[in-house]
Design a protein around this ligand. Sequence first.
Ligand code: SAM
Length: 358
Amino acid sequence: MSPSPADFLELRRLTSMLSEVTRAHLMRSGLELGLFAALAEPVRETQLIERLGLAPELAAAWLRAADAHGLIDRCSEPSDAYRTSRHVRWLLESPDSESLIALLDQSLLTYAPQFDALPGLIRGGNRPTFRGGPPAQRAAAIARLLEPRALEVLSKVPGVHDARSVLDIGCGYGTYLSGLLCRYRDAHGVGVEIDPDVGELARQQLIDAGVSRRAEIRIGDFMEIGLEVGTFDLALLNNNLYYFPPDRHYELLTRAHRKLAVGGVIAIQVPIATSRFLPRVAGLTRTTTALDLFLRSHANLYGLPDLAPLHDTLREAGFGDIGEVNILPGGSFRYVWARKSALDRPEGDPRIGSPDAP
Ligand SMILES: C[S@@+](CC[C@H](N)C(=O)[O-])C[C@H]1O[C@@H](n2cnc3c(N)ncnc32)[C@H](O)[C@@H]1O
């Protein structure tokens, strides 16, 4: 029986989905082998294979598949020559090329194996521990895509423009702290990072950005490390709320509150899995829901936060004014900010397990 038009359409959807997966693999292998760079100008198949020392039959099959998937174009003259397609040239020549390639690698090398394990995990299997390393480095490279815009938006958060003392909690590679100190030449900063290797790279980042005299990186767990109390004008929590279990958010935010001076502000950068119109049509609802699923499929990471409980916890932790600014239209990435309007409550809060080090 021949398929109905509706069957045909659905079959087409399914095969398109699968060919996008193949296309992504072809893209990644072409990048890793240097094939796209070698095909910046038209090159004959045999020359290419010889120049790169490739297995002829397999390389020829890759070329045919990459051509069929729109990654390279077969030339009209000579007809056995290929050239990188416009889309791949755009990727390689973009100023954000490194971040865009990290996006591709993250999807294929980090998300795909994790999502492959989902049936077992959803049935209740043990979730693996997220260990940083290359997946965290790729996540950092991807985050750079949003960073200039996030820093721009951050300047609109009340109090940020005049902040002279900045605390960057979970500062990662230090690019936000250095970016902020480059913008505000009177400001000083402290970054806290739990991973010593990452913290070392953050120190180098401060040196490279020429702001190391106004900033330092302290290695340790923010939940335990000794830090000045009541001094910071701005506390940043960029892209790391989901490293802290929700039942410790109160403790985390209370601790941050104590470090701030009265009038100081906390700014929490969070992806939000919203299905509002703009994020949905821009594909960002897919991005954030996939991130949420990826996070939750680990033993030591937690899902993206819901906004109402986050606001409630900020209030419970002692913050006064609370607001939000969108980093991307539609709010799939945003800053939730809150101001410390009064002195801290007395020490000895029963909801906080360990003492809040000075
Ligand atoms: C996704 S990265 C974000 C880094 C940086 N804030 C940014 O946006 O580029 C999260 C970072 O928080 C750090 N981190 C997680 N838990 C922490 C804790 N309890 N204390 C200090 N750093 C922590 C991780 O090691 C990691 O470098």
